[in-house]
Ligand binder design. Structure first.
Ligand code: ZN
Length: 436
């Protein structure tokens, strides 16, 4: 990551369409550090540093408040870069500069590019902040709010109070993180290194901290090329939450609620970091996870939180989970014969459906096949919604949320294999036959 990204970041915040827009572009400016500081613009970050967002409408610069003595203190964890102890403070307020917005002269722009010659730990430290700011602004506040569940979204200190935050135990955290946690179940034990982290709960749940490795990789790979941070961040989020928490949903559901088109997604998928890193491969492979009570519960959680056309109550959501899990059980028990070679192969109906639920080759990253994770769960939930929510609400949920068809021929139908599309279209009939 280099200093041009700082400019990049602010150019992204407004429309630059003509040369004139470019000339008139205003940049964030700190009277001490000019354009090169660590600029915090999100409300949560301001509150962490003791600022009321209204007193700093363009955000604050915290580079000028860094306590370099603390940064060299071996006892403080430099990875916890959001720890406000690293900054000179009065009370709980960081001695940061309030940012201004102004047009820069050509000289100031080139001076700015020349600055930032910092090295070592300071560079690492401030890069993490900048990285966070880059990706948070790329996805925008509105999308960020939709990251929950499963990510924890909001301000950590606001929930705990600053003193409590430093002394809080895991059990205390449970009640505070109830909302963020309850909707996500996980049966797989976290790896040992995670268990050993001092504050596993909020660290694991934070969106940026969960994805920082992927973001760093992207910035290193992306040098000098047009960035596609929004699409990259969303694809990484989708892969991460499916892999780490079995928090699956159909890709098209995620894309739609994150307001991103498939063209934008596929462009990024075709322009992935080459060679693809091993953990991205593992994440893509994890999309083939078999549906379970857990994945159904997670998808119902997403529906309850994000399907604004159909509001679902607590009791209804419990019924949906139960009925869908029962349906899944029946799919697993039902055996069918599939012609294979000269004979037949016996499989469970679930196994058969699961093996067909894939995207075509065109929807892949470097030829790693994408399973349509979450689609069987979506089919079961939609089917069961008929008797639990009534047909009218069920149809709205189906057509507007789970299998949206709002703009003519939906992209997901185009990108799925024809076998998958056939099953999605005939699922109700298949289950109907099962009943008799
Ligand atoms: Zn500054």
């Amino acid at each position: 990551m280099d200093s041009t990204d700082v400019y990049d970041e602010y150019f992204n915040q407004s429309r630059i369409e003509t040369e004139e827009d470019f000339q008139n572009q205003e940049l964030l400016w700190c009277d001490e550090c000019t354009t090169n500081g660590i600029h915090l613009t999100s409300e949560d970050d301001l509150i962490d540093h003791g600022f009321n967002p209204s007193e700093a409408p363009y955000g604050i610069c915290i580079s000028c408040a860094i306590d370099y003595g603390k940064l060299q203190d071996e006892n403080l964890d430099k990875n916890d870069y959001t720890n406000t102890e690293f900054f000179h403070q009065v009370g709980h307020k960081t001695l940061a500069m309030v940012l201004k917005r102004r047009k820069l002269t050509d000289q100031e722009v080139s001076d700015g590019l020349e600055r930032q010659k910092s090295i070592g730990y300071y560079r690492d430290f401030s890069n993490k902040y900048k990285l966070k700011s880059l990706y948070r602004s790329a996805i925008t506040e509105e999308r960020y709010r939709k990251m929950s569940p499963p990510y924890f979204v909001g301000n950590r200190l606001r929930y705990h109070g600053i003193e409590r935050f430093h002394s809080v135990g895991t059990d205390d955290l449970k009640s505070n993180y109830e909302l963020a946690k309850m909707k996500v179940e996980k049966h797989v034990e976290p790896p040992e290194s995670e268990v050993e982290r001092p504050t596993p709960m909020e660290f694991r749940r934070d969106w940026f901290d969960s994805l920082i490795d992927s973001f760093m990789l992207h910035e290193m790979d992306n040098n000098g090329r047009p960035n596609k941070r929004l699409a990259y961040a969303l694809i990484c989020t989708y892969l991460h939450k499916s892999w780490d928490w079995n928090n699956v949903e159909p890709f098209w559901v995620f894309a739609r609620r994150m307001s991103i088109g498939n063209i934008q997604l596929m462009r990024k998928m075709n322009d992935w970091i080459n060679p693809i890193t091993n953990y991205h491969i593992a994440q893509i492979e994890s999309l083939s996870i078999e549906p379970s009570l857990q994945t159904i519960t997670n998808l119902v959680g997403i529906i309850v939180d994000h399907s604004h056309d159909v509001l679902i109550g607590d009791e209804e959501s419990q019924q949906l989970i139960q009925a869908s899990a029962n349906l899944l059980k029946r799919l697993r028990k039902m055996e069918i014969n599939i012609p294979k070679g000269n004979g037949n192969e016996t499989k469970s109906l679930l196994e058969h459906i699961h093996s067909t639920m894939k995207f075509k080759n065109t929807f892949s990253i470097q030829n790693y096949e994408f399973f349509a994770a979450g689609s069987i769960e979506a089919l079961c939930i939609s089917y069961c919604a008929g008797s639990i929510l009534g047909l009218e609400r069920r149809n709205v949920l189906h057509r507007k949320f789970l299998f949206p068809k709002l703009n003519g021929f939906p992209w997901w139908k185009k990108e799925l294999t024809s076998d998958a599309v056939r099953i999605i279209e005939n699922f109700d009939k298949i289950i109907g036959r099962l009943q008799t």
